[in-house]
Design a binder for this molecule. Structure first.
Ligand SMILES: C[S@@+](CC[C@H](N)C(=O)[O-])C[C@H]1O[C@@H](n2cnc3c(N)ncnc32)[C@H](O)[C@@H]1O
Length: 376
């Protein structure tokens, strides 16, 4: 099927632009992905952090209804299509579980455009139609028809693809989720390597009628930087509730986000011996409380797992159990109770000394999430 011109961000069949953050979940969150050409050409594809379809009314073999009518995909003014909750959604609900329509290695030696065209040739006619219905940005409308048609497949892929382990995948249902920064995103996607699917979970409770938003990259940075990035990669000016804060509140939020980002970057210095166990746990607590103030709760399963790592290394049984139990709760919201992270933390909570780091460093009561350091 020949590509139809479609303005990004406008309705019809959607402009998409998913860059899923590779969340700190699979490793996170999402962040930004780079589609690397080994021949030294680097194609900037910002993969969003984690994702999938489901419960949508958009029927396709690539979407599975997992919880009845959890959301519908609709045209939304100013941002193409988006997913709207069709009923109240509980925190932690699985919203989408979706195999890739197209999956490409993130490092390729051939022309990415050619790879995509080849991948399309292996799809069913319905799959091809689903692909061309996705939105895209940055293809000038005034190109001669042949050139226009040539550029659309790659533009669709760049706008919608997200990281999937060592690959980059296009997941058409999850691709309908628009972006929200900081406290505004309520849904998180993650790739499940062993199952070969992307899942999307509700990070927060979502009311009927609210839009499902996911984060296309790590938004713990100031508004002007977030907007600049989104404009450059996805070609839209972000007006999500976080970006729409009045200037004064936005500055307060920005300061928190920058501080969170700095603290996150500081944590690995424990492994380098530059931070002792108690200080590392204090960093985790600070991150947690800044997250509470900001309404930024993504990545908490992984953060608690980092605290478990520190507590286990210092043989703090009480600390391990406290952080592992908390981690199970948050990993379950964001990644599912059957995710590798939730299962790993559950095992550690049951038997702290089974943790691979157990006793690797000097004994120390680093303390659990409640701040107590009572012991054993
Ligand atoms: C992966 S797609 C998301 C779904 C897309 N709206 C569609 O119609 O298929 C990403 C594109 O959606 C639009 N978009 C995503 N989040 C947005 C937001 N918060 N505000 C405005 N447009 C947004 C941008 O055009 C972006 O390039």
């Amino acid at each position: 099927m020949a590509p139809k011109r479609r303005a990004a961000g406008h309705s019809q069949t959607t402009p998409a632009g998913n860059e899923k953050l590779l969340q700190s979940t699979t490793t996170r969150t999402v962040a930004t992905f780079l589609f690397t050409l080994v021949a030294a050409v680097i194609l900037g594809i910002f993969l969003r952090p984690t994702a999938q379809p489901g419960n949508s009314h958009e029927d396709s073999p690539h979407s599975r209804l997992l919880s009845e009518h959890a959301f519908v995909v609709r045209d939304l003014p100013g941002r193409g299509k988006g997913a709207i909750a069709a009923r109240d959604i509980q925190q932690g609900e699985l919203l989408v579980r979706e195999p890739p329509l197209v999956l490409l290695p993130s490092a390729v030696t051939a022309s990415p455009n050619q790879l995509i065209v080849e991948a399309l040739s292996r799809l069913s006619p319905e799959g091809v139609e689903i692909f061309y219905n996705l939105s895209y940005v940055r293809v000038p409308e005034n190109l001669p028809p042949a050139q226009f048609a040539e550029r659309v497949p790659l533009a669709i892929f760049e706008t919608n693809a997200v990281a999937a382990g060592s690959n980059v995948g296009l997941f058409p249902t999850m691709a309908r989720l628009n972006h929200g920064c900081s406290h505004s995103f309520n849904s998180v996607y993650s790739w499940r390597e062993t199952e070969g699917v992307l899942t999307v979970h509700a990070l927060k409770a979502i009311k009927k009628g609210e839009e499902l938003l996911t984060a296309y990259f790590d938004t713990r940075r100031p508004r002007h930087e977030r907007r600049q990035h989104l404009k450059q990669v996805y070609d839209f000016h972000c007006t999500c509730p976080s970006c729409a804060l009045p200037d004064k509140q936005s500055r307060v939020s920005d300061a928190r986000l920058v501080k969170m980002s700095g603290l996150q970057a500081k944590l690995p210095s424990w492994a380098e011996g530059k931070l002792d166990g108690r200080d590392a746990i204090q960093v985790v607590r600070e991150l947690w409380s800044l997250g509470d103030a900001e309404g930024y709760t993504s990545g908490r399963g992984r953060l608690a797992a980092d605290a478990v790592y520190v507590a286990a290394a210092h043989s703090d049984r009480h600390g391990v159990i406290g952080w592992a139990e908390l981690g199970v709760k948050w990993a379950t919201y964001e990644l599912g109770g059957d995710s590798e992270l939730a299962e790993e933390l559950r095992r550690t909570a049951a038997e702290p000394s089974s943790h691979p780091m157990w006793g690797r460093q000097a004994s120390m009561q680093v303390g659990g999430p409640d701040g107590s350091a009572t012991a054993a």
